[in-house]
Design a protein around this ligand. Structure first.
Ligand SMILES: NC(=O)c1ccc[n+]([C@@H]2O[C@H](COP(=O)([O-])OP(=O)(O)OC[C@H]3O[C@@H](n4cnc5c(N)ncnc54)[C@H](OP(=O)(O)O)[C@@H]3O)[C@@H](O)[C@H]2O)c1
Length: 236
């Protein structure tokens, strides 16, 4: 039985990943602020309550979750927040800092805790976004956080060659993030939202469970890509 470490398992893509890996007979360590009862009912799922904005608590929660564990086959750094869609001139720095804390710095604390504890990690997949390279109007703090995350993954790969790292854009997934993007953002002011609305309800935007399964099946093939590289599931 393999052990898979996944952040952001309470809903969306992270729940999809957890569901797939449990179905495949693995043990899943899940991390989020809220719990999903479908997952917590599974004997091989271990829920770890964590607030990724609270850096001081992360180390303690991760260390406790790893008691008795020396190896992890896969770490998926999936938890993320969107923040506000706003032009750069209107974007509030405190909101952008919060997005950076969750999407970037919390992942540093998680990785440092694993490596300092001497856990042997075979593969790390950091869930990035096409927004990390697109630079479309309005994506402000989210794009900046994911671009920095791509580089952080590359830097860790340079320092931990025994572990394979990828920053992976997962494509469009119909989750809570899309509720905000498709329903609450002004599409005239931010034209890139139209592509999302057009994709919603079609195969171009699977739900969390469908996407989790499809992407999880691609994860072994990432081992054949350059360590630390940015990849997009739509191009694999
Ligand atoms: N949906 C898309 O189309 C899309 C596209 C490109 C990239 N992505 C990326 O895919 C990943 C998953 O996104 P999603 O669409 O599945 O989002 P989602 O449905 O909003 O789920 C986000 C997950 O992150 C967790 N999370 C957020 N803030 C947290 C915090 N402070 N502490 C602990 N956990 C926290 C949430 O758990 P709690 O709220 O329970 O804490 C939840 O489990 C993200 O990195 C996102 O940037 C998504």
């Amino acid at each position: 039985m393999s052990t898979v470490f996944i952040t952001g398992t309470s809903k969306g893509l992270g729940k999809g990943f957890a569901t797939y890996f449990l179905q495949e007979g693995n043990q899943v360590l899940g991390f989020s602020r809220t719990e999903d009862t479908e997952l917590t009912a599974h004997p091989n799922f271990k829920q770890n309550n964590i607030d990724l904005e609270d850096f001081d608590a992360i180390e303690q929660v991760v260390e406790k979750a790893l008691e008795g564990i020396t190896e992890l086959d896969l770490v998926i750094l999936n938890a993320g927040v969107l923040g506000e869609i706003k032009s750069m001139v209107d974007a509030d720095i405190s909101n952008m800092k919060n997005v950076m804390d969750v999407n970037l710095w919390s992942n540093k604390v998680v990785l440092d805790t694993l490596f300092k504890k001497g856990i042997k990690v075979k593969q790390v997949v950091g869930i990035s976004s096409g927004a990390s390279i697109n630079g479309n109007k309005g994506w402000s703090g989210y794009s900046i956080s994911k671009a920095a995350f791509n580089m952080m993954i590359k830097l860790y790969a340079a320092e931990h060659q025994e572990t394979h790292f990828t920053a992976l854009a997962p494509g469009l997934i119909d989750t809570g993030m899309q509720d905000y993007l498709c329903e609450k953002v002004n599409h005239e002011e931010f034209p890139s939202m139209q592509r999302l609305q057009d994709a919603r309800g079609t195969q171009a935007m699977p739900n969390g469970k469908e996407a989790g399964k499809m992407i999880a099946k691609l994860i072994p093939s990432l081992l054949n890509t350059p360590n630390g590289s940015y990849q997009d599931v739509r191009k694999l």
